[in-house]
Design a protein around this ligand. Structure first.
Ligand SMILES: [Zn+2]
Length: 364
């Protein structure tokens, strides 16, 4: 027999599962019953309770069907918010985001020495919460994204290259008392992967890779709908066993070849945008050659279906993506290549907030 705690956990688990389905598909009660294999009566108890608390509302669908249009359910985006904080090498961005991914307000700060930056972050979170007018109890947590590697379990930034001042900073501990909310930490690319799942291209996808190519190279890998942790450092996989030494200790890390500073070195260009606008196909081809090298390894190991490109390389990326796709098709062991997509242009604070919402929906 189930004990009381288990029954309560089960009820909460069902409640969040239903909320997640309503969030994604605006299902009707009947559709929820079909999708979850819960009884219609059980669905009604949960849905009635959600409606009573203003979390969801019912509306008549506009879709033309034979007979009466069905009553569908819609999430009230005002029911939950998160604070999103993205820390980069040059600045931090902080914002308040609702559960539909809308940014209520956000602010950018230049990063001064870490001690000063932390003070500024704490102060700004408080100011933004006030400015947003969001009630504190509706904020589920604070989501932080930072360059990887990070220890999500202990909310600690580990030892990202060129980020020395923040090494081994337990950001969770620092921010724990700001709003008395739980703090979640993810590497930037992991946050991007989650934002695509909750608000972007990947609503229905379970296996995909987000590739962030900017000053560094990061990756967020989703496997069976969950973010793979401790497997998100494709930027430090080698494409040349005797290659350029990297700060991480390895030789030939792709970051040393295909990150923006690396690929632009010795060229007349200041940015990737200039390369694309100048239609320098040889350089684009070269970048595709580097990037597909690690992607082929990743596909051969994990076999995901889609790759979403983010970062500076995601500027008018069709040529680059076509060149990568061609190489993937020819060189993966199965000959099946994942589809490439240009990533959604969300603010970084949306990705940071997505780590909070993911913890809510994937808690059990
Ligand atoms: Zn490295």
């Amino acid at each position: 027999m189930m004990n009381a705690t288990n029954a309560m956990t089960m009820r909460e688990k069902n409640r969040r599962m239903i909320l997640d389905l309503i969030r994604k598909y605006e299902f009707s009660r009947a559709e929820l019953a079909k999708e979850t294999s819960l009884t219609k009566a059980a669905i009604s108890i949960i849905v009635d309770d959600l409606m009573k608390n203003g979390v969801v509302k019912e509306y008549r669908s506009e879709e033309k069907t034979i007979g009466r249009r069905p009553l569908c359910l819609k999430l009230n985006p005002d029911f939950m918010y998160a604070v999103g904080l993205n820390i980069t090498r040059s600045h931090v961005k902080i914002g308040i985001v609702d559960i539909s991914g809308r940014v209520v307000c956000e602010r950018s700060l230049e990063v001064s020495p870490k001690k000063e930056a932390l003070k500024q972050i704490v102060k700004t979170i408080g100011e933004l919460v006030e400015e947003s007018g969001v009630e504190a109890e509706k904020i589920y947590g604070i989501g932080v994204t930072a360059p990887g590697p990070v220890d999500t379990q202990n909310t600690t930034i580990l030892n990202p290259t060129n980020f020395d001042e923040w090494h081994y900073e337990n950001i969770g501990l620092r921010l724990k008392n700001v709003l008395d909310k739980k703090v979640y930490l993810e590497n930037v690319a992991g946050g991007r992967a989650l934002s695509e799942k909750y608000f972007g291209l990947a609503k229905d996808w379970t296996d995909y890779l987000v590739f962030v190519v900017s000053d560094g190279i990061g990756s967020g890998i989703m496997n069976s709908g969950k973010l793979l942790r401790h497997a998100s450092e494709l930027g430090h996989t080698s494409i040349a066993y005797n290659g350029i030494p990297c700060e991480c200790g390895n030789l030939g890390c792709i970051e040393k070849y295909a990150s923006m500073p690396a690929i632009l070195q010795g060229t007349p260009y200041q940015s990737w945008q200039e390369v694309v606008d100048a239609e320098d196909d040889a350089l684009i081809e070269k970048e595709a050659e580097y990037l597909s090298c690690v992607l082929i390894n990743a596909v051969n190991i994990l076999g995901f279906e889609s790759v979403i490109l983010h970062g500076a390389a995601n500027y008018k990326p069709q040529k680059l993506m076509d060149a990568i796709a061609k190489r993937l098709k020819n060189n993966t062991i199965t000959g099946e290549s994942p589809k490439l997509y240009s990533g959604s242009a969300f603010s970084e604070v949306v990705s940071a907030a997505a780590t909070v919402f993911d913890n809510y929906f994937n808690k059990f």
